[in-house]
Design a protein around this ligand. Structure first.
Ligand code: PLP
Length: 291
């Protein structure tokens, strides 16, 4: 495997990505026992780092993995990682696993040192034709566990759902559980009906995205009607607009769902408004580190 020249971080050490190695006994490798974050960086300004670190801290606590660093130390290390890359727009991947332990046992080992791994890659925003014209998606049953609010590295059901999208040649798979819209395989989902934006309220069944929170703030700040609560599959199928959001995909309209046009099959007016607010915010705030 040919790796690009990226500076990465492992347990206190910065080095090129292809020079770092972990133990085969690491519980992240054996059990998927760990959590992660993906943090976007614009012009070397790390967007909402404290919110990402708060989510990381919360997720570690949920899994009873001790947080290896304090807030200031996290900020310092991630800042150093960003400073060492040769490109300005980055996507920083942060992973903490419970660490290596022997013998292999499902239950937690008595003493273990978490493994901290990070690398920064080039932030690759969606192509402008996708942003302007929208994307296609499919739906499937959500077969994940009941604690999807934890951003765990054990992502097998998400991987299978995302592969369903890849096999179908579409951008995303939307997950439905018990007749309700939950989220995408790697995104949150919003719908619009009669001018009102709807999204599932945060719950243990979905990951509350940092971009989801930002969209809610932008909608409220700009006076767009918004309701958080249960969104049924019927509401999804009859929506005028459907959007997906994530740190890497930002905001994209879904114009074709399971082969059916969403609304009139074109990106909708509320999406265009929200995209404008998002892009304005990105230029005025994210790219200048003004938060
Ligand atoms: C399952 C899932 N939901 C939602 C999101 C969106 O989260 P964020 O906006 O923090 O990127 C992601 C991001 O990867 C995800 O994997």
């Amino acid at each position: 495997m040919q790796l690009p020249h990226l500076i990465a971080y492992l347990n206190g050490q910065f080095a090129p990505l292809d020079q770092l190695q972990i133990s085969v006994l690491d519980r992240g490798f054996l059990f998927g026992d760990g959590v992660y974050e993906m943090i976007p960086v614009y012009d070397r300004f790390i967007f909402r780092l404290d919110e990402h670190l708060a989510r990381l801290e919360h997720n570690l606590a949920e899994l009873r993995i001790p947080n290896p660093y304090g807030l200031a130390q996290w900020r310092e290390i991630i800042g150093a990682l960003v400073a060492q890359q040769s490109f300005a727009d980055q996507s920083v991947y942060v992973q903490v696993s419970r660490g290596p332990a022997y013998p292999r046992n499902h239950a937690f080992p008595a003493i273990v040192t978490p493994t901290v791994f990070m690398f920064a890659d080039v932030l690759d925003p969606p192509a402008s034709d996708l942003v302007q014209q929208g994307v296609s998606a499919i739906t499937t049953n959500d077969i994940r566990w009941l604690r999807c609010n934890i951003k765990a590295i054990s992502l097998l059901a998400n991987v299978l759902a995302k592969q369903q999208a890849a096999d179908a040649g579409v951008a995303e798979t939307i997950l439905l559980r018990d007749g309700l819209l939950i989220e995408g395989a790697a995104s949150n989902i919003f719908i619009v009906k009669n001018g009102v934006i709807y999204a599932p309220a945060p719950s243990p069944l979905m990951l509350t995205g940092i971009t989801y929170d930002l969209l809610i703030e932008l909608a409220r700040h700009n006076g767009l009607p918004l309701q958080l609560g249960e969104v049924t599959e019927a509401m999804l199928r009859q929506a005028d607009e459907v959007w997906l959001t994530s740190s890497s995909k930002e905001i994209l309209a879904i114009v074709l769902l399971d082969g059916q046009a969403v609304g009139n099959g074109q990106v909708g007016p509320i999406y265009k408004k929200m995209l404008g607010f998002y892009q304005e915010f990105k230029t005025a705030v994210m790219r200048r580190g003004l938060e």
